[in-house]
Design a protein around this ligand. Structure first.
Ligand code: NAD
Ligand code: UD1
Length: 342
């Protein structure tokens, strides 16, 4: 009997990659998703890669009865909780939706877990919980703050999880703080496919390379960084999800709330990323230097020592692999999907 993991938001970008990593590691994934920011194409792609139809139930994490039915039907050992809303700009415009889904939805998941006696969860947290931290790299002990409603929701959930662990010594939480996940699975059939104009760097760069957009706006060229542009800790999504499988094993023997940075531990600038993408794709990525984006920090990168020590995990994929895998996905699938959506 395979161990069964409930994957909320498993039709999305990171969740779909996690399902593949779970399958490779010998686990059974039960996916739930309401397709708020995804569709069935990622589920079809999972079937294409693994040769088996994924176990999928369409539903909303805010729906307690739905969650109870899932826990009643499957013997879940751990929840990987990816479902949520993630666009920073949108969270400023519609904060209540963000609190409702990210905080309210997580509360429902936790209450359903309690009713079902499941006491192990891996939460998709974010480097955004470090706010505008002046000291880099950040460790898990760096001060937490938020600069926007999306970040607030991640902070509130972390506090909620800490309180829950305080009340129940048998509860285990790995709060994985992702830095900047990019790239796609080697097959090129799953990847990040944002709706509308991409807010994040890599999908935008990829769309400039295919000619869907004329140029990239580089937000800020006067930061105190290597070349004046923003510096981030880009991490390959396959490394990221392998960190989740390592966290599953960690939770077997560790209870309580454990925050863990998932990053490479190295900062790469926007222009370095553009140059790497050009080299890999053989395409020119036109760009214009423009004003800083409000709310951006100059640099953000992880100290991944805790992940190395606790999980025995480290990110191994290079910037070139991140770009090559993004490019493969963009050429074959994302462009076609975007055209179908338009
Ligand atoms: P995504 O939007 O691709 O995936 C999230 C999935 O959750 C989608 O398939 C969506 O349809 C589903 N969902 C949303 N609301 C739901 C609801 N009420 N009920 C059921 N399903 C729902 O996003 P992603 O990039 O895969 O991110 C996954 C998680 O990781 C999110 O919690 C996000 O905040 C977090 N995270 C992402 C990044 C990043 O750069 N992508 C960085 C840090 C943290
Ligand atoms: C953003 C969010 C973060 C979230 C993450 C993943 C903010 C302040 N932070 O991180 O909370 O977890 O996305 O969803 O929004 N850039 C350009 N041109 C572009 C896009 C980006 O120059 O068109 C630059 C940015 O200024 C930044 C870097 O590229 O320096 C990375 O930006 P992005 O991919 O949006 O990620 P973050 O801002 O780090």
């Amino acid at each position: 009997m395979k161990e069964t993991i409930l994957v909320t938001g498993g039709a999305g970008y990171i969740g779909s990659h996690a399902c593949l990593a779970l399958a490779e590691a010998g686990y059974e994934a039960v996916i739930i998703d309401n397709f708020a920011n995804s569709d069935r194409s990622s589920l079809d792609a999972l079937q294409l890669i693994t040769g088996a139809a994924p176990i999928f139930l369409e539903g909303d994490i805010r729906d307690a009865a739905f969650l109870d039915s899932v826990f009643a039907r499957f013997r879940i050992s751990t929840v990987m909780h990816f479902a949520g809303l993630k666009a920073v700009g949108e969270s400023v415009a519609i904060p209540l939706e963000y609190y409702e889904v990210n905080v309210g939805g997580t509360l429902e998941v936790l209450k359903a877990m309690q009713r079902a006696g499941v006491r192990s969860i891996i939460f998709s947290s974010s480097a955004t919980v470090y706010g505008d931290c002046k000291v880099q790299p950040v460790t898990e002990a760096s001060p937490r703050s938020a600069t926007n409603p999306y970040g607030q929701t991640k902070l509130v959930v972390e506090y909620m999880l800490e309180d829950l662990c305080g009340s129940d010594p048998e509860f285990g939480v790995a709060s994985l703080r992702y830095f900047n996940p990019v790239g796609a699975h080697k097959s090129g059939v799953i990847g990040e496919n944002p709706r509308g104009v991409p807010a994040n760097l890599m999908p935008f760069v990829a769309q400039v390379a295919t000619g869907q957009r004329p140029y990239l706006n580089v937000f800020g060229s006067d930061y105190e960084t290597v070349d004046g542009t923003g510096v981030r800790d880009f991490i390959h999504v396959v490394d990221l999800v392998e960190g989740h499988v390592a966290a599953l094993k960690y939770l077997k023997s560790h209870k309580g709330f454990t925050p863990i940075n998932l990053g490479v531990g190295r900062g790469v600038s926007v222009l370095e990323m553009v140059a790497a993408f050009e080299a890999v794709s053989g395409r020119k990525v036109e760009y214009r230097l423009c004003d800083r984006r409000p709310g951006d920090v100059a640099a953000s990168y992880a100290d991944p020592a805790n992940a190395n020590a606790l999980l025995g995990w480290r990110a191994v994929r290079s910037v070139e692999e991140m770009c090559a895998d993004t490019w493969r996905w963009q050429q074959h699938h994302a462009a076609r999907n975007a055209a179908a959506q338009a």
